[in-house]
Design a binder for this molecule. Sequence first.
Ligand SMILES: NC(=O)c1ccc[n+]([C@@H]2O[C@H](COP(=O)([O-])OP(=O)(O)OC[C@H]3O[C@@H](n4cnc5c(N)ncnc54)[C@H](OP(=O)(O)O)[C@@H]3O)[C@@H](O)[C@H]2O)c1
Length: 259
Amino acid sequence: MVVGFAGSGSMGAAVARGWSRASLRPSSMLFTDSGSGRARRLAAELGGESLESIEDMADRSDLVVLAVKPAALEEVAPRIAGRPRGVVSVLGATPLSRLAPALAPTPVLRTMPNLAVEVGRGVICHAPLAERQRAGVLGEALALLGSLGIVFEVAEEELDPATAVMGCAPAYIALAVEALIEAGVEAGLDPELSSRLVSEATAGVGHHLLTHEPGPMQAAIASPGGSTEAGLAALAERDVRAAFKAAVRASLERMAEAR
Ligand SMILES: NC(=O)c1ccc[n+]([C@@H]2O[C@H](COP(=O)([O-])OP(=O)(O)OC[C@H]3O[C@@H](n4cnc5c(N)ncnc54)[C@H](OP(=O)(O)O)[C@@H]3O)[C@@H](O)[C@H]2O)c1
């Protein structure tokens, strides 16, 4: 299946890089941008082709990944509509009630991936697909997306909250990691060593959390009177839990404004 990209920015590139290493992948990939040169660089990196025209890309693609900013939908969608067999949208806060008419008659799958698709460990949520759609190109698209990580079908109204906790949250986790690396350096660690230690520990904890509840995990590490307990108390004093919840609420408010 030939897959074209409308947009070769952070998310378009992450999806393309993920597919370039996956066992199930597009037969070829075509890239476009709005003039930055990112499409050309991505094609050179991954072995695809970059095209000047979105229309040419859409004509030559079986499936188009719509990976522009939501504000560009009205400009880009008419140049794609009716050309490929299907479209996968990764646009945040852009409901099917806007996507479907903008891309008609081409069927569209609304998805929300996170950036870890690049390393094959993404979380990809999508709006429900009807049985007959699963039998067509959008079903093939879902199979391709499955090679980038784990796929969850969620009710469309759950997509924004899902986005807030797994699309935006990797940035919050990266911030926590960055702060811990800095703390390690302040405590005397070599910066590179601190970075490796925190990143490896975070990757390991992420894996561990797939089979362990976060509450008992904290309890298992924080023995009474010990150093972790002291650290957790310092975080509680600064109400870090409330800060994370505020971040999720702020993301949701921004999505609501954008709709
Ligand atoms: N970043 C994330 O972690 C993430 C997570 C989930 C969903 N998303 C969604 O993914 C979408 C893209 O986000 P992003 O972070 O990848 O943004 P980005 O880095 O700004 O990339 C946007 C891409 O769209 C291209 N573009 C804009 N207008 C265009 C046009 N008229 N014709 C062709 N290409 C055009 C840009 O071209 P230039 O390169 O020339 O500027 C750029 O390549 C958004 O809708 C966002 O909601 C992002």
